[in-house]
Design a protein around this ligand. Sequence first.
Ligand SMILES: [Zn+2]
Length: 258
Amino acid sequence: MKLYQVEAVILRSKIMREADKMLTVFSRERGKQRLVAYGAGKSSSRKRGIVQPLCHSQLLLNKGKVLDSVNQCELITVFSQLRYDLDKLMLSFYLCELMEAITVEDEPNEPLFILLLTTLRWLDQVSIDLPAAEKLVTGFEIKMLGLTGYLPELGCCVECGGEINGRLKFSFRCGGVLCANCFDIDAKAMLIKPQSLNLMRQMITSNPGGLPKLQMASGNFNEAKIILRLFTSYHLEQRAKSLDFMQVLNTMEKPGVY
Ligand SMILES: [Zn+2]
């Protein structure tokens, strides 16, 4: 039996068969992993409360042929406040969904693990109300894009490299801001105010704990939030398409299978 330890945040948990649970976790050591927790669905199981979504847990894992399984587990942080606030709970599940969608299995990314953990810790604070929680989540989103290689170009025109001033648009397809001379390149680009763009830049450099304190007009925050959310889903869609394409290619490479 080959055992190893990881520190992980549980992103998702579902009943697999009978009382076993299939988990998706993000660990400091290995990144996204799919695991089995045998017997964790039983009401008497000690593992039950430790392998729930949004638990920060220490897991002793048993290397398996297909999936590794949870041998022992210990709770590190429970984020109890989140569970009493439906809005914050939904926002936290959104973070977990994003993490699951944007990362690939067995690719460690410790800064991203720390970002997730720190954001959940801040969301769990009683003093964080819904507007502050929204700032934390939008800040998480742009930082996550940066840590996974999808950060949009916000410093100059993504097409011509020119300075950005005057009227600006944000292009999901080109991956950043366009100057007025380059508007024609993407008919679907959205107008963006310089203040909203500036806010995005501030969010990248601010620590998670500083996000709730950032001064911003609600109109600019909403614009930045909507554009970032659309940009993230655009990337996830493109990535899903390229993964499908890779699967088709892999099938075709096998001799005799067309
Ligand atoms: Zn340009």
